[in-house]
Design a binder for this molecule. Structure first.
Ligand SMILES: Nc1ncnc2c1ncn2[C@@H]1O[C@H](COP(=O)(O)OP(=O)(O)OP(=O)(O)O)[C@@H](O)[C@H]1O
Length: 511
């Protein structure tokens, strides 16, 4: 091989893909021999079509109106007189290819195959030349070396492409598998805090894991006591913001007038009584999750401001001129039918849609009764651990009774029922229907128990005041019953401790 041919070989070796390799090979033949025309067609991945990269030409391998199909079927080179080929083979694309060539030329078609047999046919090399020039080329000892090199490099490109494709398929499926396995593991871990094995609760856990992977605003809807607070905290723990703060605000527990400064913060002297500047919860949440519970109770004026924070990522504390950046993920919750509130004009539709980028709906306990036994047993174990009591069981009859209730207070109600029943169960016995019935009966008639003597409906002339009095009496009675312990009193009334604390403040029931 001459030094020139070494250069051609090196050039071909350096080609990054089959298209450039074919082009370099074709051009090399024209540079070294007196060829009038040349082409190198490739077989596509289906093995049915011969294609040429820089044109629309697609020739079916089983269409014998062109000479390439004949050459591939024979498996050996084919030499044709161009004039004859043109009159016998009337494929329009072939006719167009050779239209401008002289009929005296010879057409040489050489099928190319991979020498390692891994992918048999590669394509076809075609060229037109005078008889003398074609003889010179075919007699050139370097030509067979050239063909072998072309086929070897071409097949190597195919192998590399196949390997690359396989590797990326493997990588894709591993990534999917890893993501799937990771999600499953997280869901299983969540099952330790968000208890339940019914399909509804399993789906909920999967949704929480998915939501935690995003920064979307989450709206948790569910009846009171169904676990909205629990879910919001789990979301935060699983999210990328887990190391940031989790700040919760119950919109129903803060008087309307204080809510704005509580949320946005204020400058010193922004309003009477603001003798110190305050950061506000938006500022305190920096880098974390803000949980707005009872969002349905947020006043309309504040709804508009909250929407602005969510849209712009900025807010301005009361009395300040500078805006601040809000770096937080918002999770909101409500037990209220927000769509109805939108229809009644009490809740802004635009805020609703912004809050519910990722909606989560918590199923009420009565719709997943199969979870009651698991929940009850777990709450009994928790009670025993907390109260340092010996292990307690629960009788099948008691479990049946628990399944029959409707639980308007959902899991909080079940938990309170269990705590109370555990406390009432004599040492050495299992929780049975009797201790559960006591609780059930007590709960059935609270109004009569505490109705003030002499009060009749007819005597009521101010409904708001009457309801406030009733609420105050009810709360006072519960606080008395639990020796002033607000946690137990709140639990027994089925309300969060924060709500009870706020009500005590409003009703001036502070001990
Ligand atoms: N799936 C669950 N597994 C175990 N405990 C649960 C589950 N769901 C709720 N709980 C428990 O029930 C109680 C009430 O839950 P939580 O406070 O999250 O409800 P909520 O929907 O936020 O109530 P509210 O609307 O009254 O604020 C809590 O003690 C919580 O730990």
């Amino acid at each position: 091989m001459s030094l020139d041919r070494m250069t051609i070989a090196l050039d071909m070796l350096a080609c990054p893909n089959t298209a450039s390799l074919r082009e370099r090979g074709r051009a090399a033949l024209c540079e070294t021999h007196d060829l009038v025309w040349s082409h190198c067609l490739a077989l596509d991945a289906s093995g049915r079509w011969l294609v040429q990269d820089d044109s629309e030409i697609r020739l079916a391998c089983d269409d014998f109106r062109h000479p390439y199909a004949h050459a591939i079927r024979r498996g050996t080179p084919l030499t044709l007189k161009l004039g004859e080929a043109r009159s016998r083979l009337d494929h329009p694309d072939f006719q167009a290819q050779v239209a401008r060539l002289s009929s005296d030329l010879l057409l040489e078609i050489r099928p190319l195959r991979a020498l390692d047999g891994a992918r048999e046919w590669l394509g076809v090399l075609a060229f037109a030349a005078s008889t003398v020039a074609l003889d010179a080329l075919l007699d050139d000892p370097g030509f067979s070396v050239f063909e072998r090199l072309l086929c070897q490099l071409w097949a190597r490109h195919h192998r590399q492409l196949d390997e690359h494709r396989q590797r990326s398929q493997l990588r894709d499926s591993l990534t999917k598998l890893n993501a799937g396995a990771r999600r499953q593991a997280l869901s299983r871990r969540l099952a330790e805090t968000i208890l339940g094995e019914t399909p509804a609760i399993q789906t909920l856990r999967e949704q929480i894991v998915r939501a935690a992977e995003t920064s979307l605003a989450v709206l948790i809807q569910g009846e009171t006591g169904s676990g909205k607070d629990l879910v919001a905290r789990a979301l935060h723990r699983l999210s990328a913001r887990a190391n940031g703060p989790f700040v919760a605000l119950n919109c129903a527990a803060i008087p309307e007038t204080l809510l704005e400064s509580e949320l946005f913060g204020h400058a010193k002297g922004a309003f009477s009584g603001a003798d110190q500047a305050r950061n506000g919860l938006l500022g305190e949440t920096d880098g974390g999750t803000l949980f707005l519970d009872e969002i349905g109770d947020m006043p309309q004026s504040l709804q508009a401001k909250l929407l602005r924070v969510l849209e712009s990522g900025r807010y301005r504390p009361l009395g300040e001129s500078e805006e601040r950046r809000a770096d937080l993920r918002l999770v909101a919750a409500t037990h209220q039918p927000l769509r109805e509130h939108i229809r009644d004009g009490r809740f802004r539709a635009d805020l609703f849609y912004r809050l519910s980028q990722f909606p989560l709906v918590l199923p009420p306990l009565r719709e997943r009764r199969d979870d009651i036994a698991l929940l009850a047993k777990t709450f009994i174990d928790e009670f025993c651990r907390r109260e340092r009591r010996a292990e307690l069981g629960i009788t099948p009859a008691a479990l049946r009774l628990l399944r029959e209730r409707d639980y308007p207070g959902n899991i909080r109600e079940l938990k309170n029922l269990i705590d109370y029943a555990c406390a009432m169960t004599p040492a050495g016995e299992d929780v049975g229907p009797r201790s559960l019935l006591i609780v059930a009966e007590e709960r059935a008639a609270p109004a009569q128990d505490i109705a003030p003597p002499g009060t009749t409906d007819n005597a009521i002339s101010d409904l708001r005041q009457a309801l406030r009095d009733y609420e105050a009496r009810l709360i006072r009675e519960r606080l008395d019953r639990f020796d002033g312990n607000r946690t137990l009193a709140a639990q027994s009334l089925g309300v969060p401790k924060r709500t009870l604390a706020h009500k005590c403040q409003l009703l001036e029931l502070d001990p």
